[in-house]
Design a protein around this ligand. Sequence first.
Ligand code: PGA
Length: 251
Amino acid sequence: MRKAIIAGNWKMNKTPTEAAALVESLKPLVADASCDVVVCVPAVDIPAAKAAAQGSNIHIGAQNVHFAESGAYTGELSAAMLKEVGVEYVIIGHSERRQYFGETDATVNQRVLAAVKAGLKVILCVGEKKEEREAGYTDALVEYQTLIALTGLDKKQVQSIVIAYEPVWAIGTGLVATDEQANETIGVIRAALARKYGKAVANKVRIQYGGSMKPANAKGLMAQPEIDGGLIGGASLKAKDFAAIVNYDKD
Ligand code: PGA
């Protein structure tokens, strides 16, 4: 019913030359994918990655976007800038942005609104820290993060958002949520969407899992009914590993 979406988050890795090479080697490996394939690359890599992906099924994403249209925001990039260089997707609210760069639920919301207005497809990241899970706050927290981030969007716009549920304790740690844990929390997010926007809308929103997803665990996670894809960090930096995740439904 929902088309799966597998996205790579390269974080601060790969120069433009390396980015072009990685996209080139990915192309034949993911050509038969039945899911949407996205790579979210460092901003300076976008032109090289875009040129390399030309004519393929690989879509290019960015890793952040500013909420203002222009102005005195040293070091930031606007949605229009990303759009003009051919970016289709943008990650917003990644836990590393929240943790290291002071991103808050309010600024995440502003960025989501700016991206949607400019016609970018948003990959909105939410997820709990280890101590929050242990204290029993996971469900309340992911609901709160999700609904605040979407404030101001209409139902149609909400349907177009991709949500990445990424438990912070599973990112880059090798610890992965169990298939059931990931499915359950994604179900909580979907139920929150259903209460706020109605079941029909909630059933259309694609929700990915992210956090130490790799070829060995992709099949199990993707078999879960609520999980519609993955946001892949470390394993997206190797063409073979990323392709194996993209091809999770093939032998
Ligand atoms: P990881 O990162 O796959 O390296 O855990 C995922 C992410 O941060 O999006």
